[in-house]
Design a binder for this molecule. Structure first.
Ligand code: TXA
Ligand code: MG
Length: 323
């Protein structure tokens, strides 16, 4: 049990991390729950606080490409991508070096690495001489946090400190890719549009083959789930099917006629997918907190750019309904 504090004391956070404790940290994607990635005991505390199954590997966070190279081996294409797109909402799977404990990678010979683009976290990373392993700072299975307050709601008394870095600018977890035989494998769509990577490399990204699919949280069919049942689909049809229930609508920019406007949550009136991504998780949490909706109905977003990751998260948040 901890008395969980929220603040911007980087020195205090650093001391906690050095003593093998966990600290919640802001990133531009979502908040992370961080510990010294080189200390298996410290990393174990992350799993404990989150109630996260141990078969789920963690991303390590550093401040530079030179740092990453201490913990993983770059192939040429991964290095070019890192030089172009890091820091940013991108994670690369690279061959791990032996300093990284097995608990971080769940026994895999690949380690996930990323350079987050957040000034407070970057200054913390520069002040320590180890990388930080960090999953999203939510209780396992729930919607990822994009404010310090969200972290507090899920993990209070389980962790000593939360660094408050304001609202996460991107609002979706990082895009995870792996280079294999010069091909780009997309493991998780996320905060960096895959089109950006494709344009830079002039290669088309491919999906992982079934046996390569790691048994990891982001890949679990049900994840990022609200407590209120959520269903994504054709709005008109769903409004009809659930007419007897108290409905909240999540839409891109449309307002629908046959449901009160106050129950409609528009993610971007100007149809900007970046703005919609930034608002998605906060909106899902707000709807849960209000505790007055029996079902959340979400629209399909355009399947391009960040819309791909928005649709992915909404799909995984779906409650499987028996009619
Ligand atoms: O934006 C993000 O990526 C955030 C912030 C905190 O950096 N982190 C995050 O972590 O979303 P998490 O643990 O919620 O998701 C990490 C996912 C795992 O579920 C898994 O899919 C993948 O990264 N992953 C990590 N290490 C891996 C490995 N060695 N092999 C395959 N997949 C791995
Ligand atoms: Mg997560």
């Amino acid at each position: 049990m901890f008395n969980t504090h929220i603040g911007t004391d980087i020195e205090f956070a650093k001391q906690l991390l050095i003593s093998g404790d966990v600290v919640a940290v802001p990133t531009e994607t979502v908040y992370g729950l961080a510990a010294n990635a080189l200390d298996a005991g410290a990393v174990a505390k992350i799993f404990e606080a989150k109630n996260r199954p141990f078969f789920n590997p963690l991303i390590i966070h550093t401040h530079s490409i030179e740092e990453i190279a201490k913990y993983a081996e770059f192939d040429n294409l991964s290095l070019l991508i890192a030089q172009k797109l890091m820091p940013g909402p991108l994670t690369l799977l690279l061959k791990k070096k032996s300093v990284i404990p097995d608990i971080v990678t769940a026994g895999s010979d690949k380690v996930a690495v990323r350079i987050p683009n957040h000034p407070l976290l970057l200054s913390l990373l520069k002040s320590i001489n180890f990388p930080l392993a960090a999953p999203s700072a939510n209780a396992f299975g729930y919607v990822s946090p994009v404010t310090a307050e969200h972290v507090f709601q899920g993990l209070q008394n389980k962790i000593p400190y939360i660094i408050d870095g304001g609202n996460s600018a991107v609002g979706l977890e990082s895009t995870i890719i792996e280079i294999e035989n010069e091909s780009i494998i997309l493991h998780r769509s996320g905060g960096l549009a895959i089109e950006t990577i494709e344009a830079f490399t002039t290669k088309k990204a491919i999906k992982p083959t079934q046996q390569k699919l790691p048994k990891t949280s982001g890949q679990l069919k049900s994840h990022y789930a609200t407590a209120t049942p959520l269903i994504q689909g054709n709005i008109t049809e769903l409004l009809h099917n659930y007419a007897s229930k108290k409905i909240a609508l999540i839409t891109y920019s449309n307002i629908y006629k046959n449901i009160p406007e106050e129950d409609q949550f528009v993610l971007s009136r100007i149809r900007d997918l970046k703005e919609a991504a930034k608002n998605l998780f906060s909106t899902m949490r707000t709807l849960d907190e209000q505790n007055k909706y029996e079902i959340i109905i979400a629209e399909f977003f355009p399947n391009e750019g960040l819309g791909i990751a928005i649709n992915d998260r909404l799909q995984r948040a779906q409650f499987i309904h028996k009619h």
